[in-house]
Write a protein of this length. Sequence first.
Length: 321
Amino acid sequence: MHGATLRRHFLRVLAMTGTGLVFGRWNGAHLVQAAQQEKTRASSHEDEDAKGEEVTAVEDLMREHGVLRRALLVYTAAAGKLRSDPATVAPEVLQKTAKLFRAFGEEYHEKKLEETHIFPAVKRAGGPAASLPDILITQHQRGWEITDYILAVTQGAKGGAGNAEPLAQALDSFVLMYRQHAAREDTNTLLVYVNDCFGDWSANAGKLTDHALAGRAPDAVEPIVPREDDPFVIKARHSIFYQTQVEYLLRQEGVGRITLIGQVTEQCVLYSALDGYVRHFEVAVAPEAVAHIREDLAEASLRMMETNMHAELVSASRSAV
């Protein structure tokens, strides 16, 4: 089966699996929404393929990771329910999800694509990234072992309270490993959160995230909640660089190019772009991934960043490349 066709087939089946998970055993509308959104994107990609639109290798890899992350949504939700009410978790749903991940994620995406074509090319190219394939292959092997365990535990009627905590731990470890694994493969990008403390000097990542999730649009916040291992820096004024550790962090990590997303375009994003420029960083901004208060000022700010600071205006889907 062709790669694009296999990916679309996986999406359709995974969407049905997610819906069954939600309506069959517990209420989780966000999973249905995620599956429906992914189905819509898959349909859009199918139209693009029909039109012959060129897709870069990196973008195609990231799309496939997006498909696999839908399975992780099922695993994450199931792990929580296994700890709170294991009887509500249907073993057959996890069985189907694991089989789908095995077929698309491990047998096709990892074995036939990455390990056969991508990793050898990375090694031949040399440089700092040449050592990554060995690390990633080790993670592939560990992921295969975890999938084997999930398939074994959820076979038939084996699910139950006795397996609940070990299974929840296996799901959590798989999700954590795969998210970090996919991030390395996607773009070798360092993601740094820099957030205003709003005058609260006791603020931290957890406190600010909880505050945002309690706001008017938690659905918009959930997909971008920082992970425990993501750098999170507190700022007090507009620029991400003003009186923060951001510049030191970027220099230590060898970062030469920064891509700005977030809010507000005509305030924090603009001033951060200027401060990055005068510090000799290459600056990029993703216009569809920044939010404004006043549209006219936002448009002027983007022109200023592009003209005066030589910032590259990039698509959000390719912003980290």
